[in-house]
Design a protein around this ligand. Sequence first.
Ligand code: ADP
Ligand code: MG
Ligand code: MG
Length: 208
Amino acid sequence: MIVTKQQIVKWLETAADIFARQENFLTELDRKIGDADHGLNMNRGFRKVMEKLPAVADKDIGSILKATGMTLLSSIGGASGPLYGTFFIRAASSVMGKEELTLEELVTMLDDGVKGVQLRGKAVAGDKTMVDTWLAVINSLRQQPGSGMDLALEHAAQAAEQGMKATIEMQARKGRASYLGERSIGHQDPGATSSYFLFTALCDNVLL
Ligand code: ADP
Ligand code: MG
Ligand code: MG
């Protein structure tokens, strides 16, 4: 089983839909431990991505992802713009020129994206950020070499949910939430939640 370019385009469209529907939810999460704009940021960013998508949808997967990253970088303010922008730009690097991806190529693509986020934002596991969701995804995918794409992604989606929920008990060590110290404990991280939505949007289009 492979991931086609059309599925990558659909992934971005699904993500835009989800961020429009979950704008208030994400913003409410950010109200508890941030500045109440994460839903707004993600929805605004992905609306811009949708505006630009028709111009690049015929290109290869790497070019589509790179354009997505550039758009997010320039249209979302705050911490999440540069971080999600970096995620897509770095994810694009190994898939330039490709029209379809194997599971292994997909994992490398996501792994590159996460490594880019970590390089830029310096967050490690347990810092209560989007990185906690992504590391759970990558660890899960790396632990199941040889299994089919469906099974691997189903497990990874469960891992993503666990990674997101694990942020509830964490104390934030990066971003605005870290200013709250211990008071950040007990709340789910907004960025970990948007990353969960982003990954499940991918799974929704690959698992057909
Ligand atoms: P801002 O905090 O600037 O208002 P957002 O509200 O859009 O930006 O995004 C907040 C999210 O960004 C957090 O919930 C967290 O997941 C993520 N984040 C913040 N700083 C970092 C970092 N250094 N590394 C990774 N993720 C981060
Ligand atoms: Mg915010
Ligand atoms: Mg902000």
